[in-house]
Write a protein that binds this ligand. Sequence first.
Ligand code: GLC
Ligand code: GLC
Length: 650
Amino acid sequence: MYEQASHSLLNEILIELKPDIGNLRLRHFYTRLGANFYAIHSLFKLLYGDRADFKEQMVSLVETLATRYIERSPALRKSDLAREKDYNWFLSQKWVGMALYCDRFADDLKGLRANLSYLQELGVNLLHVMPMLDCPPDNNDGGYAVRDFFRIDPRYGTTEEVAELAATLKKRDMLLALDIVVNHTSDEHEWARLARQGDKKHQDYYFVFDDREIPDIYEETMPEIFPATAPGNFTWDEAMGKWVMTVFNTYQWDLNYRNPAVLIEMIDIILFWANRGADILRLDAVAFLWKKMGSVCQNEREAHLLLQLMKDCCQVTAPGVLFIAEAIVAPSEISKYFGEDAINAKECEIAYNATLMALLWDAVATKNAAVLSQGVKNLPSKLERATWLNYVRCHDDIGLGFDDNDIRLAGFDPGQHRRFLIDYFTGRFSGSPARGLPFGENPKTGDARISGSLASLVGLESALDNGDEAAIDAAIKTIALLHSVILAFGGIPLLYYGDAIGTLNSLEYLADPAKADDNRWMHRSTFNWSKARMRHETGTVEQRIFSALKKMIALRKEITAFADFDNRQLLAVDNPNLLVFSRSDPQNSRNRVLVIVNFNDAAQWLPVAALRAHGYFQQAGMKDLCSGERLEVVNDCVVLPSLSCYWLTD
Ligand code: GLC
Ligand code: GLC
């Protein structure tokens, strides 16, 4: 068993007892390997125990771990030790993230390093740079079709420049998160190239079939991810004369983790980037890692075993490095990516809170928190040392991935309700100010997701076009309140570049034939620096959004009750327009904050008695930490203006 607290104690004991134990250079490696080996070996055996070359593969795995450990720099090893001691470091409220594209934000890695002050001005101290690895120029899915996992696309710079970026960030007290695309490669990756040439070894890195027999069996149960642009899950490869599994785009070949060599290669890639200074690795599309005939090929038990192995191995070589699970799946499935059977997180420490994201969009469209509150109430509990990545918008489409039952409990019909949400955000619903587009519409199932920038989805674009000041104000308030939830909820808030200055949809992608079919590019625009400069001009839209977010971010970092220790409580109140929850400091429960968000565009009243019933609102009333003002009380009711959010203390 490996467990951070006992492990750092073990280190201390070892230092006291036998300072010269083993080979000093590898001492920490051996202790960690010792602690984890039981788990690694059992998992590896579960997955690959039947193979004749099992032992050989096991040796190759351990060699990979040792080689990458020897390569790990003294500075990173020191940081590993510090994080082992302070093992809850990432649960602190002081982290605030942002995801951005290196080229779209600042051309290249040099530009990115030169523009870090923009992030720091806002208060962002965790930077997720979207994938920068070598990809084919056209068929690249925004960096998620990797041709060479060890090479940065020369348009961005070099591998050394990534290490330099990591070092610069460290000096600024910032973290670096990078992507590892674990599920598939580009069809131009060397493994695919060799497979195409008929190399059996590399054909076994993928799922390749001579005819449709097996693919057809798979298709019976596998859903389609990009039904509009890449229907089906298999692609005929002319050169190879075979069918190959391609769950995402036709040029993204799914890796075959039934082959241990694939897992070992991927662990090597993970450790390579850990050694370049990444603090956090975002593991892409983890739900898809294991394919099994007769199943949907998502969230399979073996996918979890693979992630446990990746984590256990990473803890041996680079224990300070955290994993983010990108598993955009049903609420009850997402939390399993923390590691289901363990008391402490044994897969990914962090997971995208896709449920909260989708629920927030529900609240925007319905202008009430009925489904949101239900969904939050039913969010599965997390393990210790695990935290959410809370976001409003990211580079992908918005899928309405919350539970049908939560919709029913809120009093709606799931089918009709989802239809309404799609219509609302694509502007088909009369009176909707949203300017999104449907993504991945599937006529067979009636499913659809939504593309569009945050600002355009909340109505800023239409409000500006119409010169409607009240609507502009409402859109700005909506942007602020959505962020107020992700900043206060518990977990790491992840902002999306451009949202702090109200970036609208961009149609520039339509001019690029390689992008034109994929409308996710409408919310992946080139960062507009002249628009960004407006953040310093009082009264501009940019300044109003930026300053509101900046203020909340600064405040969040000071509120210890916002650290994530399962210290959130949802408060039931008799007003469906409001989301009300409390956060309390686990060290000092008197230190608590009550969060109230009014999603409605009309003012709401909440009887003071309702708050008193929950132990809040004593004699002196409550103060809003954001404005410094006391809550207004009229006729024994708290008045919450339209689209307002409060972080309240006694
Ligand atoms: C993830 C990425 C998405 C990509 C997909 C396939 O979901 O976020 O952008 O299309 O994986 O790699
Ligand atoms: C992701 C998700 C899917 C998303 C897609 C990328 O992994 O499973 O919901 O839409 O890939 O856009």
